[in-house]
Structures are given as structure tokens and as C-alpha cells.
Design a protein around this ligand. Structure first.
Ligand SMILES: Nc1ncnc2c1ncn2[C@@H]1O[C@H](COP(=O)(O)OP(=O)(O)OP(=O)(O)O)[C@@H](O)[C@H]1O
Ligand SMILES: [Mg+2]
Length: 317
């Protein structure tokens, strides 16, 4: 008997499209998520994040296109998909009058986990999300951050391989956000594949290994998180300070074909090189060879958030 290694791809969508009446919410989305990824799904309000996650978790059918989740087609193999995923919707009803343990036991029963095993499973997931001490508490008495963590515990009860989390950190204070992110890191260490959506790119920058950015239902970037800045910014921007002769320095730089733009800002020059990965030594060489005195040369630290805003500016619905 031959044993096939697990396919590296966890999710593959092909031209996934969804319309709501006249609204095109998803427009031929081609997305690949690999097993073991902690994948950031980023887009502003109305970009199509929830629509995509609902389709991948089989709650919604696509208008056209296909998707496979862990090798199962989301339409033909919907039952199989549901067994291997944990989907945490953006808004989930909390059963305020239930106790934490009762709530998890209920979902354990829904997933047909034998009663004898459920107590251990509940203890394990509560420990993972740091709610062990709240086992007997009423859900209505938990803070929002704790309720979100309980939501995570709920999707872990049946030990799914893939988690689809729709903005699990939204509405949380910074500390509670960090706690959620820590749990996600731990889950990844345990071998889970995770997709997490957010409209805040910088929130996901530190924990995700790969991200995609969608806007108006269209994919505008997918790849490693480090690649976002290089691919999204139209050029590399540097700041230059020269000893004297600002106007001379501007002329020298403008004569250089690799320099796309030079703008004096107060006593400094903002220099944009053509191409995102421009070499700043070119700026130094041009100035020094032209007789200018170079005092400082540094890269513009445009944050990922600024890059994101620039890319999506004016395109949010
Ligand atoms: N049930 C629906 N009926 C009609 N239009 C819908 C429905 N659900 C979503 N839409 C539209 O589809 C588009 C994508 O919405 P979606 O909820 O997927 O975006 P999102 O990225 O999750 O946004 P948010 O950040 O606000 O949660 C939007 O234009 C939205 O108005
Ligand atoms: Mg949404």
C-alpha cells in the first residue's frame, strides 16, 4: 500500500464569485492557503471577507467558481468540509444564561463527542484559551474578551484541522487582542491551519506568515507578509539631508534616471526611486559625485497601514 503525503494545500479557490442581487461581493477570487499557514485575510469594510469565509465554511454557496477545503469540494463535499473545519462567525449568539461548561458540552454533543470524553475535551480547550477558572461562570458575566476566547474554545471542541475566524479580535481592547493573537500562535504550533480576517493589516503583520488583501471582492495581493510593502508601494522613498545647496542637490538628483521624484520638504529632500526595491547608494553616489555634502540618508518608514490605505484609498464601499 502506498501512503500519500498530506497535500500541502489546505484551501484552493478557483474564480470564486458571489453576487447578492446586483452587488458583486466576490469577483473571481483565486486563493491558495497552505497547510500550517496562519493566513491573514485583509480587507476594508465590505471587501468580501465574511462572504468568502461563509462560502468556505459551506454556509453560503458561490454564484460561480469552485473551492476545495482540505481536499473536499465545498458544494459536493459540504458535509466532509464541516467535519474538518471550525468556523467562528463575526457575530455569534452567546447563550448568556448558560454556564461556560454547559455551553461547550452542548457543542461537544452536537459534534457527537461521546459523553465520557467531553469533560476532558472541555478542560483541554478551556486551558488553551485561558478560561479554566471560568468553567462554572455564566456566559453573560464574562467580559467581551473572555466571550471571544470562549468562541474560540467552541470551535476547537471537535479538534478541527482548519480554523476560519472572522475578525476574532474586533471590539477588543489591546490587551485582549494580544491574548487572542497568543492563542492563535499556540494553535499554529499545535499544527492547525488558520485563516483570520481583519481590516487592520498591522494587527496581523506580526503573527501571520502569509496574507492576502482583497478590495471590492478582488484579490489585490497574496504572498508573504514581508512582500506587501514592496509590492504595494509605487516606489522606494528616502529622506536626504545635505550640508548646503538644497537647490543644487535637487538638480543633481533630477538628472538621475532612476530617480522618479525629488521634493524639498523643509530642509530635507524626499526622494522617490523608480521601482519598489531601489538602491539608496545611488542617491549617495549621485550627490557626492556632484559635490554635495551628504549629511543623512534614511529610508522612509511608511507603515504597512499607510501602504494599505494608499492601495485601498477611495475604493471602500
Ligand atoms: N446578505 C447580503 N445581502 C446583500 N448584500 C450583501 C449581503 N452580505 C454582504 N453583502 C454585500 O457584499 C459585499 C461584501 O460584504 P462582506 O460582508 O463579505 O464584507 P466584509 O469584508 O466582511 O466587510 P466587514 O469588514 O464590514 O465585515 C458588501 O458590498 C456587502 O454590502
Ligand atoms: Mg465581515
Amino acid at each position: 500500500m502506498t501512503t500519500l503525503a498530506a497535500a500541502p494545500v489546505a484551501i484552493q479557490t478557483r474564480d470564486l464569485t458571489r453576487r447578492y442581487g446586483a452587488t458583486l461581493a466576490l469577483d473571481r477570487l483565486n486563493l491558495t492557503v497552505n497547510r500550517g499557514d496562519l493566513f491573514g485575510f485583509i480587507g476594508s469594510n465590505g471587501a468580501g471577507k465574511t462572504t468568502t469565509l461563509r462560502i468556505l465554511s459551506t454556509f453560503l454557496t458561490p454564484s460561480s467558481g469552485t473551492a476545495e477545503v482540505l481536499g473536499h469540494d465545498i458544494v459536493q463535499g459540504a458535509d466532509a468540509v464541516r467535519r474538518v473545519i471550525g468556523y467562528m462567525p463575526d457575530f455569534f449568539g452567546v447563550y448568556k444564561d448558560m454556564e461556560v461548561e454547559e455551553y461547550l458540552d452542548f457543542f461537544g454533543a452536537c459534534y457527537r463527542i461521546p459523553a465520557a470524553q467531553r469533560a476532558k475535551v472541555i478542560d483541554d480547550v478551556l486551558e488553551l484559551v485561558g478560561l479554566t477558572e471560568k468553567k462554572g461562570a455564566l456566559i453573560g458575566a464574562l467580559s467581551r474578551g473572555m466571550q471571544q476566547r470562549l468562541g474560540l474554545a467552541r470551535v476547537l471542541v471537535h479538534d478541527p484541522q482548519l480554523l476560519l475566524l472572522d475578525e476574532p479580535a474586533s471590539g477588543l481592547d489591546p490587551r485582549a487582542r494580544i491574548e487572542v493573537m497568543e492563542i492563535l500562535r499556540e494553535l499554529r504550533r499545535l499544527g492547525k491551519t488558520i485563516i483570520i480576517s481583519s481590516h487592520i493589516l498591522s494587527e496581523l503583520e506580526t503573527i501571520c506568515n502569509r496574507v492576502c488583501i482583497i478590495e471590492k471582492g478582488r484579490l489585490i495581493y497574496t504572498g508573504p507578509v514581508q512582500g506587501v510593502r514592496a509590492q504595494m508601494s509605487p516606489g522606494a522613498v528616502f529622506w536626504v539631508r545635505v550640508g548646503s545647496g538644497l537647490a543644487e542637490a535637487v538638480k543633481l538628483l533630477q538628472a538621475c534616471p532612476e530617480v522618479a521624484e525629488v521634493t524639498p520638504v523643509e530642509q530635507q529632500l524626499k526622494v522617490t526611486l523608480a521601482g519598489a526595491s531601489g538602491d539608496p547608494s545611488l542617491i549617495a553616489e549621485t550627490l557626492v559625485r556632484g559635490g554635495a555634502k551628504l549629511l543623512e540618508l534614511r529610508e522612509d518608514e511608511m507603515t504597512l497601514e499607510e501602504v494599505f490605505l494608499r492601495v485601498t484609498r477611495g475604493e471602500t464601499q
